[in-house]
Design a protein around this ligand. Structure first.
Ligand SMILES: Cc1cc2nc3c(=O)[nH]c(=O)nc-3n(C[C@H](O)[C@H](O)[C@H](O)COP(=O)(O)OP(=O)(O)OC[C@H]3O[C@@H](n4cnc5c(N)ncnc54)[C@H](O)[C@@H]3O)c2cc1C
Length: 231
């Protein structure tokens, strides 16, 4: 015996991800490509078809490219925004000469991608789930609702209920809450411990957006990056 605690009833993995929206799915695909095993818990049985996200900027396009989806970007996921015309005046007439025209179709400058595109979020998510399947390291469990989180110095443990209401237990070195701003991780775990999303000034907005998408318990993002050498 080396003193390591034994949790016979817990399934283990490298990373548990709660939520399989765009954030959880692309993280899972990245981890899988980096040979990091991960289990994604998603409470819904299917991808939501509610109209939600509509635009991806060039970094979003790069993110899709980085999980091998570039050939799907303009064929299935969306299309370029084209040129945006700005017109002045109060008349409800749109066929006026614009005082400013921004061409989002150009790939000049920036990252080599177009400046922005419109997308269909269900198609985006379906393709991200295909990217998750490109390795055997990612396991998606739909109909699985995370119900508790606990942690000690070594492990973070969660319980989740499957579609039949049967409780399961998982433990891991890392948990990523990608369950949205009203999700379990934020509302039931972080906020009761005083970790809140506060209104931020514009200067810290980008940092805040990152935090709203990926909140780590057990340890911090820097540790995760160092440990697995990705991102
Ligand atoms: C009504 C609406 C309109 C929007 N309009 C726009 C728009 O016009 N343009 C735009 O760019 N963006 C828009 N958005 C935002 C865009 O949809 C989000 O930015 C994007 O979906 C966030 O992705 P995510 O993966 O972080 O979270 P989500 O897509 O919210 O995914 C979180 C996932 O976690 C799952 N989950 C939650 N709790 C649990 C649990 N306990 N156990 C297991 N799984 C759980 C949920 O089922 C969900 O699938 C809109 C969002 C909404 C809700």
């Amino acid at each position: 015996m080396d003193g390591t605690p034994i949790y016979p009833s817990y399934e283990t993995t490298d990373v548990i991800i709660c939520g399989c929206g765009p954030t959880g799915a692309i993280l899972s695909a990245h981890l899988g490509r980096a040979n990091v095993t991960n289990i994604v818990l998603e409470k819904q049985a299917d991808i939501s078809t509610d109209p939600r996200g509509i635009a991806l900027d060039e970094d979003g396009i790069r993110a899709l490219q980085s999980v091998g989806l570039y050939n799907k970007v303009y064929s299935e996921i969306g299309r370029c925004l084209g040129a945006i015309h700005f017109i002045s005046g109060t008349q409800q007439r749109l066929n006026k000469a614009p005082f400013l025209r921004i061409n989002f179709n150009t790939t000049e400058g920036g990252t080599g991608h177009v400046g922005g595109m419109s997308h269909k979020q269900p198609a985006l998510e379906a393709n991200l789930r295909l990217a998750m399947k490109s390795t055997s390291n990612s396991s998606l469990r739909v109909g699985s609702t995370m119900t508790s989180i606990s942690e000690d110095d070594d492990w973070v443990s969660v319980t989740y209920d499957d579609e039949q209401g049967i409780e399961h237990r998982l433990k891991s070195k890392f948990l990523v809450g990608a369950d949205g701003k009203t999700g379990f991780t934020r509302k039931k775990y972080l906020e009761p411990r005083g970790i809140r999303m506060e209104q931020a000034s514009l200067s810290v907005l980008s940092e805040q957006i990152l935090c709203s998408k990926v909140m780590l318990t057990s340890t911090n993002l820097e540790h995760l990056i160092k440990r697995f050498g990705w991102l």
